[in-house]
Design a protein around this ligand. Structure first.
Ligand code: HEC
Ligand code: HEC
Ligand code: HEC
Ligand code: HEC
Ligand code: HEC
Ligand code: HEC
Ligand code: HEC
Ligand code: HEC
Length: 310
């Protein structure tokens, strides 16, 4: 009986305390929540978390959010609830806020360079990152690949220009480039890049380029450049007629064909990542590629039907 009474009293005290914490505004000395005076350590930090702990509960926590909300929010508990309803009271606007501590990213996305449009539209950095915590690495707001597909799954961009619908491409393809397993960033930079198409290393834009191996550096991150460089080979590529290297034949020379003329780098309905259509002048000609056990054949617009056998 005595034990029960004690428990009852304890529970009442705890719940009174909790109610008091959760529902009363303002509840304590304002200075304790002053973003300047409260900086560093102070009552401000744990008190924000009494009500907002869900924000930093996830696996990866942003250091400044753990250290004190006032690193980014100039808001006091006393501002609750009237003022906070009107905004987040960020000490500076995003992305400027982020650049206060991430100078390297500011340099990376120097506006004179080639910057990913995603960095400068809508929610800026928050298009891809959480400012507080996340279950994904690098505070990403979603799984790496899904994050990219979220914006790259429309048939047209904001200006009505045709673009690749990646979700559809991947769902309907028979072959997906194994390079995509690790996420799109096996080949692309998320923020900016001096290379074409935000790639991590060189790759030409357009259908033709000098057949130098340095022009296709991004492919040699994983493949051996011998598939291009050896005029004769019995092992370095399967795209050969006997020992005659057909990669060499098509790509070498000052105005060689780019890999994109024949391959889609992401996924295809044809075997071996071969495209269905080749741009030829203003037209898209069917490639008519047929894979065989020891070779293959095609009948594109560029030349008559051709076969190769290893
Ligand atoms: C007693 C509980 C409590 C405490 C303590 C508290 N908050 Fe809040 N906060 C709330 C509630 C409730 C809201 C209402 C908005 C909602 O979450 O729907 C809110 C809203 C906010 C918002 C605006 C959110 C929006 O969507 O516009 C910010 C920013 C914020 N709080 C930051 C802080 C910071 C920083 C601290 C510490 C200085 C803090 N809060 C302390 C309960 C609290
Ligand atoms: C690194 C800067 C930064 C820190 C530190 C930070 N926030 Fe935020 N907070 C933001 C930004 C930016 C947003 C707007 C997010 C968006 O647009 O999606 C935000 C949004 C919010 C919101 C609105 C609801 C939501 O989930 O987006 C609340 C509430 C909030 N912050 C509370 C806090 C609290 C409490 C802390 C301390 C634990 C804190 N913040 C620490 C930058 C920060
Ligand atoms: C008050 C300083 C400060 C501000 C403001 C700040 N950060 Fe950070 N951020 C840090 C620190 C410290 C780390 C952890 C140290 C590190 O790895 O660089 C970090 C790490 C990160 C990481 C990497 C996490 C990881 O796992 O490597 C990302 C992404 C990030 N911040 C994004 C942002 C974004 C987006 C903003 C703007 C909303 C922002 N930061 C604002 C200080 C800050
Ligand atoms: C399109 C999505 C996207 C946008 C927008 C974006 N990021 Fe990132 N960010 C990423 C990805 C993906 C990574 C992880 C890269 C990796 O793992 O190699 C990353 C990594 C980071 C890192 C960790 C740095 C490192 O080298 O590991 C920081 C810091 C960061 N971003 C800050 C920012 C800031 C600040 C902004 C806004 C100016 C921003 N990001 C905008 C996708 C994005
Ligand atoms: C918030 C939306 C958004 C997200 C998220 C996003 N992108 Fe983008 N991305 C865009 C926009 C907008 C463009 C510009 C499209 C245009 O010009 O037609 C673009 C362009 C690109 C380009 C072409 C760049 C060029 O200059 O040719 C590549 C490559 C790209 N994004 C890759 C990625 C990858 C990889 C991810 C995931 C890390 C990603 N995107 C996430 C919106 C987004
Ligand atoms: C094997 C490396 C590689 C990987 C992995 C990769 N890409 Fe690409 N991507 C390229 C190359 C090379 C180009 C430029 C040539 C071309 O389009 O044929 C390109 C072009 C693009 C473009 C611009 C042209 C277009 O078709 O719209 C976008 C957007 C893009 N990639 C998004 C993505 C997304 C999203 C992912 C992840 C699902 C991804 N990429 C994964 C190599 C890669
Ligand atoms: C991140 C690593 C990586 C990068 C970068 C990469 N690949 Fe691949 N690729 C692979 C892997 C793994 C395979 C499967 C094993 C193999 O055939 O070597 C593959 C296979 C292929 C295939 C054969 C597909 C099939 O189904 O037979 C082609 C074609 C191809 N890659 C073209 C390219 C081109 C063109 C580039 C440069 C734009 C490139 N790859 C860049 C990893 C990569
Ligand atoms: C003229 C069309 C064409 C061009 C241009 C082309 N390829 Fe291929 N590629 C093929 C064909 C066809 C195959 C399939 C060979 C087989 O398995 O029978 C192939 C196969 C591959 C493979 C699988 C491994 C192998 O060598 O058999 C890789 C990797 C590859 N190509 C990379 C590239 C790269 C990198 C470029 C640009 C530097 C490129 N290709 C340009 C037609 C082309």
């Amino acid at each position: 009986m005595k034990k029960g009474l004690l428990l009852f009293i304890c529970l009442s005290v705890i719940s009174l305390f909790a109610v008091n914490n959760a529902f009363q505004f303002p509840r304590q000395n304002e200075d304790a929540f002053n973003p300047v005076k409260g900086k560093g350590k102070a009552a401000g930090e744990p008190l924000c978390l009494e009500c907002h702990s869900d924000l930093i509960e996830k696996k990866v926590q942003h250091t400044p959010a753990k250290e004190g909300c006032e690193n980014c929010h100039g808001v006091k508990v006393a501002d609750h609830p009237e003022k906070v309803a009107k905004g987040l009271f960020l000490t500076e606007k995003v992305p400027g806020l982020c650049f206060l501590c991430h100078d390297d990213i500011k340099k990376e996305i120097d506006p004179t360079g080639h910057v990913h449009a995603a960095v400068n539209e809508k929610k800026f950095c928050m298009n891809c990152h959480s400012p507080h915590s996340s279950d994904e690495k690098k505070l990403l707001s979603g799984n790496k690949k899904e994050l990219c597909l979220g914006c790259h799954s429309k048939d047209k961009d904001a200006n009505g220009k045709k673009q690749t619908n990646f979700r559809q491409l991947l769902a309907t393809a028979k072959v997906v480039h194994p390079a995509l397993i690790g996420g799109c960033n096996a080949c692309h930079k998320p923020h900016a890049s001096p290379e074409n198409f935000l790639l991590i290393s060189a790759y030409p834009a357009g259908q033709y380029a000098a057949g130098e191996k340095d022009n296709y550096a991004v492919c040699w991150e994983c493949h051996d450049s011998d598939l291009l460089d050896l005029e004769k080979t019995a092992t370095s590529t399967n795209f050969r007629d006997g020992e005659r290297n057909l990669h060499y034949l098509h790509i070498k020379g000052p105005k060689g064909r780019s890999c994109s003329v024949c391959h889609n780098m992401h996924a295809t309905k044809n075997a071996r990542l071969i495209v269905e259509k080749v741009p030829f002048g203003e037209w898209n000609m069917p490639m008519n590629y047929v894979a065989a056990d020891s070779g293959g054949s095609c009948a594109p617009g560029c030349h008559g039907p051709e076969k190769y056998r290893r």
